[in-house]
Each structure stands twice: as structure tokens, then as C-alpha cells.
Design a protein around this ligand. Structure first.
Ligand SMILES: [Zn+2]
Length: 71
């Protein structure tokens, strides 16, 4: 399980990211990204949680819409 410091583009709230440990049959970890605390009003709420399999959290399909650029 990994944690990364991420910030939502919509509300600038903190996001958490967790990834499953690679299962033997899965070539890529499965990610889940969501707000640390559900914001009252975030335009990106329909996109969250962001889930999918990718080598890196920033390679998820909607990562460019949700995540600020990597530091
Ligand atoms: Zn947000």
C-alpha cells in the first residue's frame, strides 16, 4: 500500500491514494484516489474516487483532470 501527497484540482483539498499490492496475476497495482475529507462542493466529485490499474497514480485515465502536477 502506498500513500502519496496529492491535491485535487477542483477544490485544492488533500487527496489520498492507495494501491493494492500486486497480486501474482496482476501486472499493475490497482489504485484508489479520493478526498481525505469529502468537500462540501468540489466540481470534480463526479470523477472521484478515481480507480483503476496503472503503473503510477498519475497514469490513471483521469489523473490529469483530478490531480495537480507531480512536484
Ligand atoms: Zn476536490
Amino acid at each position: 500500500m502506498n500513500h502519496a501527497a496529492l491535491v485535487c484540482r477542483g477544490c485544492f483539498g488533500n487527496l489520498y491514494a492507495v494501491s493494492s499490492d500486486c497480486a501474482p496475476a496482476a501486472p499493475l497495482p490497482t489504485w484508489e484516489v479520493d478526498h481525505d475529507h469529502t468537500p462540501a462542493n468540489c466540481p470534480l466529485r463526479p470523477l472521484l474516487p478515481l480507480e483503476g490499474a496503472a503503473a503510477h497514480v498519475h497514469e490513471l485515465p483521469d489523473a490529469g483532470h483530478v490531480l495537480t502536477e507531480p512536484a
